[in-house]
Design a protein around this ligand. Structure first.
Ligand SMILES: Nc1ncnc2c1ncn2[C@@H]1O[C@H](COP(=O)(O)OP(=O)(O)O)[C@@H](O)[C@H]1O
Ligand SMILES: [Mg+2]
Length: 264
């Protein structure tokens, strides 16, 4: 049974922006092919202003969860409810900018389908391009930008539509580590300024510890949430601090233990 993603409304706690209950998904790609159970009984919620990371190895169902929440996949079981009036923004692993539009036009295109009043579109687009350091590149086309700059444009586009909840699927995974670090710092800065909720998918334990208030550890076959880790490191965080590295080693152990539960 497919339960459409719908506003959760009255049933949710006041500051809950997202509530996922017993989410299940089985892929049936071709007739006759063996069905692939991708998710089973996934439940969690995200509070207003919270930064939550969904962490797990490749193939454990992280993107499946995000695609369902983004409304791209309607064939699932269970429930996924947004808080009243909650709007979402999405950043995928590849920037997905429209190649025939300039960077600025890409932001305006997203704003056209948002709840942001028309009178604010241009100001917002320019403001967010400035914030991510792309002001001078507003009128170039995506192929003229480096990979990191394209990702910054995708982040600016997602923030520009003023979402209450930002869904991010491994947005920095394809980047070199230096660029990824700069992007993580920028993301935390934007998050601090806007106080939106973020659900961030990653397989990188260090990244999850650096970014998250709370980490949901997933395991595969089918995808389940095995553990929840509260990251109580003070903010603002230093991405070179020994405490962060220590914590990320401990989280790596938890992920490995979750991946092979019988081995521990
Ligand atoms: N369109 C699809 N058809 C069939 N199987 C799929 C499809 N998309 C994903 N899967 C399978 O579902 C599981 C979870 O995939 P995915 O959500 O992409 O994992 P992750 O994002 O954690 O790497 C994997 O076993 C994957 O092969
Ligand atoms: Mg994925």
């Amino acid at each position: 049974m497919a339960v459409p993603l719908a506003p959760g409304g009255a049933g949710l706690a006041v500051d809950t922006v997202l509530s996922v209950r017993r989410l299940g998904k089985t892929y049936r790609s071709r007739a006759g092919a063996r069905p692939v159970p991708a998710l089973d009984g996934v439940s969690f919620s995200v509070a207003g202003g919270e930064f939550v990371c969904l962490l797990g190895p490749s193939g454990c169902g992280k993107s499946t969860v995000l695609n369902i929440l983004a409304g791209l996949d309607r064939a699932f079981t269970g429930e996924a409810g947004l808080g009243p009036g909650v709007r979402i923004g999405v950043v995928f692993q590849s920037p997905r900018l429209l190649p025939w539009l300039t960077v600025r036009q890409n932001l305006l295109f997203a704003l056209e389908t948002s709840a942001v009043p028309r009178a604010e579109w241009e100001v917002r687009a320019d403001d967010w391009l400035q914030r991510v350091g792309l002001g001078p590149f507003a009128h170039v086309h995506p192929h003229e930008l480096s990979g990191g700059m394209q990702h910054r444009a995708a982040v600016a586009r997602a923030f520009a539509v003023d979402p209450d909840l930002l869904l991010m699927d491994e947005p920095f995974t394809g980047l070199d580590e230096f660029t990824a670090r700069a992007m993580r710092r920028e993301l935390l800065q934007l998050w601090r300024e806007t106080r939106r909720s973020v659900l961030f998918v990653t397989h990188n334990c260090f990244e999850a510890c650096y970014l998250a208030d709370r980490i949901l550890v997933m395991s595969a076959g089918p995808g389940r949430i095995r553990d929840e880790i509260v990251v109580d490191l003070p903010r603002p965080r230093d991405d070179e601090s020994p405490e962060l590295f220590e914590r990320s080693v401990a989280v790596t152990r938890t992920v490995l233990a979750a991946a092979s539960p019988r081995a521990v």
